[in-house]
Design a protein around this ligand. Structure first.
Ligand code: GLU
Length: 465
């Protein structure tokens, strides 16, 4: 039975890289009918917060990555780690280290100055007596030999044991450290595959030694490539939004983000758009590449627009509602005729890349009046166009059935009788009605907006001109 875990440290919001790791674990579990476990690695109490835990959980839920067990919290398991650390101490596989943080820092600085890699010099490893001083527990790494990591993505990676330091497993304040807890937990939680970012690859040989010392069987390891920004440096805030929830707030659909994330390091032929069922069916670690992936916000935006096109109008209305309310285009409990809303969305969804853009466009269907873009106003609302606007407005006002064909007929009659270009009639109307020079077909917009609002909006501009 496959069992995988996502183990975030709640020292920040869930970001693109973490979400991709969670997704790969989730897909691997679902593909193999296994279990996906959520574990919060919060032993670093000074940097972990409840707020980040909640925010990570909210982001995972939004992405639709549901877990079968957890969330477990490492801070609930402190006694377990302490007990095992002492067991290693008793068995002579670990030792008391009395070096104070200041001493260690001084030695570190000295090593750096001398151009050496700072590493604990193992001076307490040979102590035989027990001192009456605070101590940390350090793990005894082997002095020589090599450690192989047979990684499912990277293949065999070889580490020299002489380069691995005797790491602290339990600090002098009794708190355990990451490399130690992760082994204890992965074993206790019966994790079969550890799938995580390549930035953890250097930790793996350390963890392997701890597994051996505890007589525990190793899980399989899969280290997935890093995500870089366009400049090929590690993805960070400099490259734009990296928090998953900011994509939600900007109007991205979770399915689009999931689809985008999966392609950061994984591929299936040339296919770009996948349903969730397809992802579960096709996902495998064999198709995770070795090369680092580059985060491309433009492609994410493109995928989002594709997903908006694929989503049916009623569903999109539900999704866009919070944005409409936030912008003040819709009141909290205002009832909207759903078939009307669907028509409005249908006219717009091909041209909007995010829910935010869709909400913004919908303002001209929902509000009584819209602000007109100043440039558009200067160009299209002037002494030449006002008489045309007046005439078209009065004709529209006299229509009984305010439908696209009838509206079109009015425009075409004016164009033909006065020898005008269609743009001379349509553009001023469009600018008044939508506030800008680009919109769906103006006849369609007018029909959806409805006669009353359309005439009011046109007359208001005519009256002040
Ligand atoms: N807590 C670690 C992190 O957030 C993950 C550890 C792991 O997956 O082994 O980077």
């Amino acid at each position: 039975m496959v069992r995988v875990r996502f183990a975030p440290s709640p020292t920040g919001h869930l970001h693109i890289g973490g979400a991709r790791t969670a997704l790969f674990n989730w897909l691997f579990a679902r593909h193999n009918n296994g279990n996906f476990i959520l574990r919060i690695e919060d032993t670093d109490r000074s940097r972990s917060t409840e707020e980040y835990i909640e925010s990570i959980i909210e982001a995972l839920k939004w992405l639709g990555l549901d877990w079968d067990e957890g969330p477990f919290r490492q801070t609930d398991r402190m006694e377990i780690y302490q007990k095992i650390a002492y067991k290693l101490l008793e068995e002579g596989k670990a030792y008391r280290c009395y070096c104070s943080p200041q001493e260690l820092e001084e030695r570190r600085q000295r090593a750096l100055k001398e151009g050496k890699t700072p590493r604990y010099d193992r001076r307490c490893r040979s102590l035989t007596e027990v001192l009456d001083k605070p101590f940390a527990i350090r793990f005894k790494m082997p002095f020589e030999g090599e450690t192989y990591v047979d990684d499912l993505v990277k293949g065999r990676v070889i580490f020299k044991n002489s380069e691995i330091e005797d790491l602290v497993i339990l600090r002098s304040d009794g708190t355990p450290t990451y490399n130690f807890c992760v082994v204890v937990d992965d074993f206790d939680m019966k994790i079969t595959h550890v799938i995580r970012g390549e930035d953890h690859l250097n930790n793996t040989p350390k963890q392997i030694h701890i597994y051996h010392a505890l007589g525990m069987e190793l899980p399989a390891f899969a280290h997935i490539p890093m995500i870089l920004g366009a400049d090929k440096s590690r993805l960070s805030k400099r490259h734009g939004a990296t928090a998953v929830l900011s994509y939600r707030d900007e109007g991205y659909l979770p399915e689009a983000l999931v689809n985008y994330l999966v392609r950061l390091g994984w591929s299936y032929g040339d296919q770009e758009i996948f349903t969730r069922e397809e992802l579960i069916k096709y996902f495998s670690l064999e198709n995770v590449g070795k090369a680092n992936a580059v985060f491309n916000p433009e492609k994410l935006l493109w995928l989002n627009s594709e997903y908006i096109k694929l989503t049916d109008e009623a569903m999109l209305f539900e999704k866009v509602k919070p944005f409409l309310i936030k912008e003040g285009y819709l009141k909290e409990n205002e009832s909207v005729d759903i078939s009307w809303a669907c028509k409005a969305i249908k006219s717009l969804k091909e041209r909007c890349r995010t829910l935010q853009e869709l909400a913004h466009a919908m303002r001209y269907y929902l509000l009584d009046y819209v602000d007109i873009d100043l440039k558009a106003k200067a160009k299209y609302i002037n002494s030449d166009s006002i008489p045309i606007l007046k005439e078209v407005t009065e004709k529209l006002a006299s229509l009984d059935e305010f439908t696209q064909p009838n509206i079109e007929k009015i425009f075409m009659d004016m164009v033909n009788k006065k020898n005008l270009k269609l743009g001379q009639v349509a553009q001023p109307v469009r600018v008044v009605i939508t506030g800008s020079t680009v919109s769906p077909g103006i006849y369609e917009v007018l029909e959806i907006l409805g006669k009353e609002k359309a005439i009011k909006r046109l007359r208001r501009v005519i009256d002040v001109s």
